[in-house]
Design a protein around this ligand. Sequence first.
Ligand code: ZN
Ligand code: FE
Ligand code: FE
Ligand code: ZN
Length: 266
Amino acid sequence: MKNIADYHIHTKLCGHASGEMEDYVQEALKKGFGEFGFSDHAPAEEGYDPSHRMNLSRFPEYIENIQDLRDKFTNVNIRIGIEADIYPGFESFLEKLVQQFSVDYVIGSVHYIDELPVFLRELPSFTKREERQLIRNYFALVERGIRSGLINVLGHLDLIKWIFPESTEEILDAGSKVLETVSKNGPVLELNTSGMRKAPREVYPNPAFLKFASMLDIPICLGSDAHRPEEIGADFDNAFSLLEEIGYRCKGLSENGLKVFCNSLV
Ligand code: ZN
Ligand code: FE
Ligand code: FE
Ligand code: ZN
């Protein structure tokens, strides 16, 4: 794992992850990472989903903890990231947050469509028509996130397959259009391995998206979405072989210095 990094790692400050931040560092070192980044659920404006993220009052502590770990562990490069929710009107709060604090990168993710959690286990039943509309609304939000210019990494692009596993075609259609926006607007696409540990049993986004991304020459970074120290770098071996197969055989740096895979064919 020397040349590659895990950029999607949570901490217990968000309220639903476990382990001390130092345990994550130890685990990353154990697995041979030369670089990784914390990217906990960022604070959002008051009233937006407070139970899944750290409160703004804890944010300085989050940044300081990472800076202290950086000073303590000089043999690994620790980046300061956040996972920010994309929702209607998310821009102004996020913009102020990243202006005020030194953040290396922002992963943008959609976790709610209107009020509907995209990570729900038991779903109310929807008609096919409603389902299609929700898929459109989901990707409209993703698109909004990309166009905001506030996002460096696009998180788990097709998370919505978690709630609509039957709608593969619709998701691929809508998501592919979004990838065209990604290729013009520049965020790195995240290959998130957490889907391997859960019901989808495949990475986010799925291989069809990754192939399209390679055609569009979109760079890719890796994230485990670890919520426990042991999950750092989980299934990265599978991710490597998948990327290799698709043609992502080069390594480079993104605009803001993240380690990425690039397509060797272009
Ligand atoms: Zn989480
Ligand atoms: Fe997420
Ligand atoms: Fe996450
Ligand atoms: Zn996530």
